[in-house]
Ligand binder design. Structure first.
Ligand code: HEM
Ligand code: HEM
Ligand SMILES: Cc1cc2nc3c(=O)[nH]c(=O)nc-3n(C[C@H](O)[C@H](O)[C@H](O)COP(=O)(O)O)c2cc1C
Length: 501
């Protein structure tokens, strides 16, 4: 193939003809525009330019193999690179540059979780911040997550000699210094160039466990390799273990293949996400996507073509600007409880259902032999008006308390203070997942931020334990919290029957 001239490539910068450069090769992606699960606008913005850096934020390099055959036009002539179009860098300044450091508060000024969000907002590209902070519909689920922690108060005991406290907790026999872990979050390449690798380094350095997302930018093997090499550097002093969050593909062969890859890589448990048979309505993502489509001229009054038509290809019914995997075949809406039978045969380790939202399903999970459940509404990103995980925990305590002694029960959503971990533990939880605070810490400060976020949560937890009058987490008891306000709002099965009288 002849070398391609940059000036020629630069001309193909429209939806009629869209060429991009990836790793020094030129591709014609015109026919792929409407099929791209990340949306056509993403690609059009890169038209006629070198898209490698943007591409790497979201995809492993072998994703180019997804392009239809014949897309590769040839190698770039390296002498003509300067003639390519140049895209505005999303970040106003590269990370670590003087200007940005002036803007970004020193990491030591982050003394509680919300500080990381404020810092990340300063430096993350707008699109990435929208992706991370976004939630479903009018944000009621997200707000409920944040608010419900405040509806439980402590009932502290005094004069208990709290000179020394022990914060150890185990997840499926894997002990660590913390009763919290890093929740799985996809597409971290949009948050930090090091993506999940940077996050996992922070986890290992501090010894926290982490659940890795199926929708990660880096491959599950790469993430595990980084984890192992970081563990080695720590000389065996870090107890960090990785678990895998599993989105079930529709195709059984693909589902099995993914499971085998993860098993071989050495992940310690499969956390199957069950609250996402389809992607929720991510409101802010949709606005952003429409704005981007309009900005690159995808809506054209003359042809009466709407952006919606462009964004709806054969392969996907709806492509958000980023986040989630609405690709047909990737996210199975067909999963049922019966699937647990074959999954159990294929996966010998612990199985956790992520996204349990009522007592009945908690009980079903136990009866189906799951080793754990994660009470979660996906950080308020899925169902509108979903219950907070604390509310679901109260339901379980009330209607099927036997679950709490039998399987491990995790919670996540809206936790922004180490003290709040104690509330969940008093009510019977094994451990709590923390999502966005770690994501923001990563986005603003990289590995240092992740470490700092662990320190902040631990400091709050230790102080909270002492002020509550306990010295180890085994001493957490339900009578140490007042959950009456939340209980008042809890679902009661008999209210409907009564109202019919
Ligand atoms: C040209 C070759 C490209 C191919 C074959 C490709 C392929 C794909 C595929 C298969 C997905 C859905 C799977 C997944 O969720 O991981 C996807 C999603 C996405 N793509 Fe691309 N892509 C390409 C270029 C790009 C470029 C240049 C950008 C950025 C400028 C980009 C940004 C995104 C985003 C943000 C998503 C949604 C996020 C996600 O779900 O991971 N893609 N792309
Ligand atoms: C619009 C076109 C396409 C889309 C949206 C698409 C989307 C995807 C997605 C989302 C994945 C999962 C990636 C992951 O697990 O991170 C995937 C995997 C894969 N795709 Fe595609 N793909 C497309 C075309 C193709 C084509 C044309 C081929 C081959 C000729 C192909 C071969 C593969 C292979 C080999 C895998 C990985 C193995 C597996 O998951 O079983 N794809 N694709
Ligand atoms: C940006 C982002 C991406 C996420 N990606 C995934 C994912 O890929 N798989 C998954 O099961 N949950 C995902 N979640 C949900 C988290 O695992 C977790 O349930 C939630 O973030 C907890 O709420 P918090 O962010 O308020 O702590 C994501 C959440 C966020 C904020």
């Amino acid at each position: 193939m002849a070398n391609m001239d940059g000036a020629e490539v630069a001309k193909h910068n429209s939806k009629e003809s869209c060429w991009i450069v990836l790793e020094s090769n030129v591709y014609d992606v015109t026919s792929f525009l409407s099929k791209h699960p990340g949306g056509a606008a993403m690609l059009l913005k890169q038209a006629g330019s070198d898209a490698t850096n943007e591409f790497k934020k979201y995809h492993p390099l072998d994703y180019v193999n997804h392009l239809p055959s014949g897309s590769l036009l040839g190698p770039m002539d390296p002498n003509t690179l300067s003639k390519l179009n140049v895209q505005d860098e999303e970040r106003s300044t590269p990370p670590g540059s003087a200007k940005e450091e002036n803007k970004l508060p020193h990491v030591s000024l982050c003394v509680s979780c919300p500080d990381f969000e404020a810092a990340a907002k300063l430096v993350l590209p707008h699109k990435s911040y929208v992706y991370a902070s976004g939630s479903a519909n009018t944000a009621l689920s997200l707000r409920g997550n944040l608010d419900d922690w405040s509806r439980i108060t402590f009932r502290p005991r005094v004069m208990r000699n709290v000179g020394h406290v022990d914060t150890k907790r185990s997840i499926f026999g894997h002990s660590s210094q913390y009763p919290f872990y890093i929740s799985p979050m996809g597409t971290l390449g949009a948050i930090h160039p090091g993506a999940e690798l940077e996050m996992v380094k922070g986890a290992v350095r501090k010894g926290t466990h982490m659940v890795v997302s199926t929708a990660s930018t880096k491959s599950s093997e790469q993430i595990m390799t980084t984890c192992l090499s970081e563990l080695e550097k720590m000389g065996g002093r870090s107890p960090t273990q990785l678990f895998y969050q599993y989105y079930m593909p529709v195709d059984r062969k693909k589902a099995l293949n993914l499971m085998h890859v993860v098993k071989k890589a050495g992940y310690k448990g499969l956390w199957i996400t069950v609250d996402t048979p389809v992607l929720g309505k991510r409101t802010a993502d949709r606005i952003l996507q429409a704005e981007e489509a309009l900005a690159v001229g995808l809506s054209d009054d003359d042809s009466a073509e709407t952006t919606a038509e462009w964004e709806t290809g054969d392969e996907n019914t709806f492509a958000p600007s980023m986040g989630g995997r609405p690709v047909s075949g990737q996210l199975s809406p067909h999963t049922t409880w019966e699937d647990l039978l074959w999954i159990r045969k294929e996966w010998p380790g612990p199985i956790v259902l992520k996204g349990i939202q009522c007592a009945e399903d908690a009980k079903l999970a136990m009866e189906h032999g799951c080793d754990g459940i994660l009470l979660s509404n996906h950080g308020g990103r899925q169902l509108h008006s979903a219950p907070s995980s604390l509310m679901t925990l109260l339901e379980i305590r009330t209607y099927c308390p036997e679950v709490l002694g039998k399987i491990e029960v995790f919670l996540d959503g809206g936790l922004r203070d180490g003290n709040d971990v104690l509330k969940a533990l008093c009510l019977g939880a094994t451990a709590v997942g923390v999502g966005r605070p770690f994501l923001y810490a990563l986005g603003a400060y990289g590995v240092k931020g992740v470490e700092r976020c662990v320190d902040v949560l631990l400091d709050e937890l230790v102080t909270g334990m002492r002020l509550l009058g306990i010295t180890s987490l085994d001493q957490c008891r339900p009578e140490m919290v007042n959950a009456s306000r939340l209980l008042n709002d809890m679902y009661r099965p008999d209210t409907w029957a009564k109202s019919r009288l």
